[in-house]
Design a protein around this ligand. Structure first.
Ligand code: UD1
Length: 423
């Protein structure tokens, strides 16, 4: 298993190009199953997760042309030859569950493994299944599989989500585009990736309005064609590098980052004493030698502070002046990075859904273990400011969601090296 060796060595300085958003790309790829003509996605992030999704689509009969290292991916689901997504595929990556809705809408039936537990909490899919039932699907769960059928097609429905779910909003939208009649989604998630999915679906012929607000209207159409669509910039990747720049007291321009998607993080950074300049083509982050101040955060659905940046912000707070309270409201088990950060000299106490972070004067290098995608990158951030060498083990988590991380950080002056598992 690969490891990363990181030597803490001062400010990051330079430019970092931001990749297409993983969380969006995966759902746009699922949308290819709905399209009778080729869907061409540009700005595709080359990640373990997106490559994995491509393999799943191929197993369902989609012709996927995506040369190694390229940002352009062409998918053609002229006909769907399988409607089964087996346990081994869905277990490895939760977003693969999102092929259920498109298969149901396009073919009328699907058998998809339940995603099962996950390192950051239980993560159920009941809201997804209730939405399909409201659209007239028959659903049974047998031996860990969801078997869904709507042999005469899905019907538009009025769905009010009891609480905000990104996954359920996207999944319901993916199914409703080919349903007969209108679907209204209320209390829908407002994440920028939801609007991105709607824009992409509209490009290929869907009729969706209101995506990005709590009420989404979807007028079903008989079929979808094809088209070309550019994946939105990854606000989580951009936020991660913004935090890394702030932590090291650096000056970094995040090329392609969209300030309008990152309001909660930008506010928190500014309160911590970081200077943020939003430009047309990106965002500049710098700290000009000022001390970091402790800031409290509370994760919430968008436009609140994103759960996917909680671990990284915690790493920043470990070296701030004062005490920060970090509350995680989305997932019940998302503090696994706290004990690892403490190995680097941080002073964090976890109490239920709250972490109390007392700023320490300095961190020092140590061996640490990556536990999930965002937790791993929080360890990288802490390692960049720690004295001496930090070894981050199990970096395959990072490869799921960060494209060319060592190269992007290395170009800004970080001393970061990948050691292969046998070394
Ligand atoms: C969540 C995050 C998303 C993040 C992603 C990966 C929110 C609102 N969502 O999206 O920003 O990118 O994780 O880390 O911040 N739930 C149910 N039943 C369901 C679906 C969800 O109870 O059918 C619960 C979940 O357990 C969770 C909450 O609803 O507590 C929000 O989950 P949801 O938004 O669906 O999760 P993801 O789509 O994975």
């Amino acid at each position: 298993m690969d490891r990363l060796s990181i030597l803490g060595n001062g400010p990051l300085e330079g430019r970092i190009p931001i990749s297409g958003a993983k969380n969006s790309a995966l759902k746009l790829m699922a949308a290819a199953l709905l399209c009778e003509q080729p869907l061409v996605l540009t700005g595709m992030p080359n990640l373990a997760d997106t490559r994995f999704m491509a393999r799943l689509l191929q197993s369902l009969g989609v012709n996927v042309e995506w040369p190694t290292g390229e940002a352009l991916c062409r998918m053609h689901a002229e006909s769907v030859t399988s409607t089964i997504a087996p346990y081994d595929l869905v277990r490895k990556m939760r977003a693969t569950f999102n092929v259920l809705g498109p298969l149901l809408a396009r073919v009328g039936h699907a058998t998809v493994s339940l995603p099962g537990g996950c390192a950051i909490g239980a993560r159920p899919v009941d809201l997804h299944l209730k939405a399909f039932e409201a659209m007239g699907a028959d659903i049974v769960i047998e031996e860990g599989y969801v078997k869904a059928a709507a042999l005469r097609g899905l019907k538009g429905a009025h769905i009010v989500f009891p609480f905000v779910s990104v996954g359920a909003t996207e999944h319901a939208m993916l199914a409703a585009v080919l349903a007969q009649g209108e679907t209204i989604l209320e209390n829908a998630a407002c994440e920028p990736e939801i609007a991105d999915l709607a824009n992409c679906l509209n490009t290929v012929g869907a009729k969706i309005t209101g995506a990005g607000t709590p009420t989404i209207h979807i007028k079903g159409v008989a079929k979808l064609g094809g088209g070309r669509y550019d994946v939105i910039a990854d606000r989580i990747e951009a936020g991660t590098y913004a935090i890394a720049a702030a932590a090291t007291g650096g000056d970094v321009f995040l090329e392609g980052a969209r300030g309008e998607d990152m309001g909660a993080l930008i506010d928190s950074l500014q309160h911590a004493g970081v200077t943020v300049d939003i430009a047309d083509k990106g965002i500049r982050i710098r700290r000009d030698g000022k001390a970091l101040q402790a800031v409290d955060i509370d994760t919430r659905p968008h436009p609140g502070f994103p759960t996917d940046l909680q671990a990284q912000f915690m790493a920043l707070m470990t070296i701030a002046n004062g005490t920060s309270t970090i509350r995680e409201n989305i997932f019940e088990n998302r503090f696994m990075h706290a004990p690892e950060l403490n190995r680097l000299g941080a002073d964090i106490t976890v109490r239920g859904s709250e972490a109390i972070v007392r700023g320490a004067p300095k961190l020092h290098g140590a061996q640490v273990m990556a536990t999930d995608l965002r937790a791993s990158v929080s360890l990288v951030i802490a390692a960049l400011v720690a004295e001496g060498e930090t070894m981050v083990n199990r970096v395959y988590h990072l490869d799921r969601g960060f494209e060319r991380l060592e190269e992007k950080l290395g170009r800004c002056g970080a001393k970061i090296r990948r050691l292969d598992g046998s070394a």
